[in-house]
Design a protein around this ligand. Structure first.
Ligand code: ATP
Length: 239
């Protein structure tokens, strides 16, 4: 059984479809990077996955259960964690406070205490330990992304959605962040990300999906897509 699935999803805005029947599935603890040119519908796919856009037809399945009609908070209670592209941390609060809010955001999802979840997150993100008392707004962009991921993982979701993690980062910081994302992908959570930087996105995921004009142009092992010269020249650009 797939941990997450989109089944023939048609979705868009104000009656205009952006996604024209998109299907994908991610195995439990697997990872999928969705890449594609600007305007291909990646953000719309992400919003549909997390419950911010309702499909006009098709289904969204989380661990085999139909969540198509559930809103974003309802999906969070069912184990979906989401890291939006922007405004994903409270900048005027410390890293520790951000993690506390992350846990409290989905009440009753885990029995573990704050201390237990915090120590699990510091094992995954040891870089955050010396920063626990620092205001999130004083961190670098890459560090803030790490805090946002840790906060989303505090309630122990089974599925994590990352919206353009490299957005706004320098190439060097984006590369460092993707090392951390590779760690998250191996950590025991099912991962979906959309990413403009195709090399970084496909480099951190098991599977890749190339979205063009709201349709799936290719999907398969991420390494295979990265190595396919035709795919590179047609859809992936030089990045
Ligand atoms: N809130 C919205 N209302 C109306 N149209 C929208 C909205 N958001 C996106 N669109 C349109 O949907 C299409 C796909 O946009 P989307 O943002 O999903 O693509 P994308 O692949 O994420 O692009 P980018 O990489 O540039 O962010 C575009 O034509 C865009 O203008």
């Amino acid at each position: 059984m797939s941990a997450f699935e989109l089944e023939a999803v048609v979705a868009g805005y104000g009656g205009r479809a952006v996604l024209h029947g998109v299907s994908l599935s991610i195995a439990a603890n697997g990872s999928l990077a969705v890449v594609g040119p600007n305007g291909s519908g990646k953000s719309t796919l992400m919003k549909t996955a997390v419950g911010l856009v309702r499909p006009t037809s098709g289904r969204v399945l989380l661990e085999g259960g139909d969540v198509t009609r559930l809103d974003a908070p309802g999906r969070a209670r069912r184990g979906l964690g989401y890291v939006p592209q922007e405004a994903n941390v409270f900048r005027n609060m410390s890293v520790r406070e951000n993690l506390k809010i992350g846990l409290e955001f989905v009440p009753g999802r885990v029995r573990a205490s704050f201390a237990q979840r915090l120590s699990a997150m510091l094992e995954l993100f040891p870089e955050l330990e010396p920063k626990l008392g620092t205001l999130a707004g004083h961190l670098s962009g890459g560090q803030r992304q790490m805090v946002a991921m840790a906060a989303a993982l505090m309630p122990a979701p089974s599925f994590l959605a990352l919206d353009e993690p490299s957005a706004g980062l320098s190439p060097r910081n984006a590369a460092l962040l993707f090392e951390v994302i590779g760690r998250v992908a191996r950590y025991g959570v099912t991962l979906l990300m959309i990413e403009q930087n195709t090399r970084l996105g496909l480099g951190a995921a098991d599977e890749g999906l190339v979205l063009v004009s709201g349709e799936v142009k290719a999907k398969g092992p991420a390494a295979g897509l990265l190595d396919d010269p035709q795919m590179r020249s047609l859809y992936l650009g030089s990045r």
